[in-house]
Design a protein. Sequence first.
Length: 282
Amino acid sequence: MTQAAAAAERAIEELLDHDRKILGLRQEIREARLKRTLLVSVYSSAPTLLLLLFVGNIATWGRVDLARVNLACVPIVVALLALCTVVRGKSTKYVKPNILLREEWGSGYATSKKIDLELAIERKRLSAAAIDLPTETRRHIYRETVPGAIEQYRSDGLRYRRVHNLFQSVIIIGSLATSTAASLAETPAPYKWITVGTSFSVGLAAGFTGYFKFRERSFYLQQTADTIEEEYDAVNLKVGRYKGSVDDEAALLEFTERVETLKNDQRKRQQQLDQPTETPEG
């Protein structure tokens, strides 16, 4: 191995170390958010249950005996309080038995990790700028990052598609339920509230669907992922626009330019979708 190749390999390992730190910080941020959400949910469940019991007892005082319900909820409240202790203990780490290291459920923990993440990304940028890798090597590294970008586009598109399908299901089911309840000759009071609730749900789902454009976001993300994957397969198999290319470096340059163009087009479409819908002036 030549000295230049050894230096390039060390530089690549250094960049990989930065990537490892960045991925670790992102994982810690996700775990901290999950633990905080879980802790807040568990902590609020016991007071919510007690409040419901209090309101239920007041509303049914002298008419319905809720003694059995109250007794049945006592072990549930105790279990929720015990769960709070367990979750908080799992989210708190100590250097020594009496020395607190960090509280992952605290709001400041995720904020501090975000700062560490930004610093880690900046360190990677400075390190990459200081490393004098050949342009061909940079392009080869870029090509190997393309499958990750494709997977990210597809996962984002799938998430938007699921949200869109959920709202569409609410619209379809809610519309049918509303029309069915409203078509009753003599609508009892409970059905009136069902009609109001389903009408509100349909309007809410339709409003979110029209404003955030989940279907369009999913379509464009999937389209970009498919097009980039087509370019990636074409440059590897030497087909399509790369068919008959004898200069691998020229083909890799064209591939890099093509992928960057597709990414820029996707960013522009995303910016257009983020713009609020203009209402015509009356």
